[in-house]
Design a protein around this ligand. Structure first.
Ligand code: 5GP
Length: 126
């Protein structure tokens, strides 16, 4: 079910549990700002989620409250994951769902990284 992106951060969400090491994940990259791991239900040959280590509900929350170092660290982590998976030359897609209309289901900011095939003009359904 899609979340309300204006809600306060609640650390009972599944990605907070992954960050605490309570739930296993297939990590592909980790640094002080971000964790990247394979999506449990991949929508492309390569489907990685990149999440900030800080407690942010959504892209909206992150863009409003994160400091410059966190923002730079998170953005650089996403780029690093794409480069180390050889995605730059063939191309790839980033996606962040925000709130109900965006279809966000997990209330901890995550950027989807899709690669390994032609994504088509858009993912959205009419
Ligand atoms: P959203 O719809 O919120 O943008 O995307 C949430 C994503 O998290 C979905 O693609 C879903 O497959 C993924 N996901 C949900 N629970 C887990 C989990 O426990 N582990 C992993 N690796 N991915 C999850």
């Amino acid at each position: 079910m899609a979340i309300d992106a204006t809600q306060p951060y609640d650390d009972s969400n599944i990605f907070a549990a992954i960050l605490r090491g309570e739930i296993p994940n297939k990590t592909v990259y980790e640094d002080e700002f971000a964790l990247a791991f394979h999506d449990i239900n991949p929508q492309a040959p390569l489907h990685i989620l990149v999440i900030p280590k800080g407690a942010y509900v959504s892209w909206d929350d992150f863009s409003a409250r994160a400091d410059a170092e966190e923002i730079a660290g998170f953005v650089r982590a996403i780029g690093h994951v794409a480069r180390t998976h050889d995605l730059v030359a063939p191309g790839y897609r980033l996606l962040a769902n925000i709130g109900a209309n965006g279809g966000q289901e997990v209330p901890h900011l995550h950027v989807h990284l899709f690669g390994g095939k032609r994504m088509g003009p858009m993912l959205m359904q009419r």
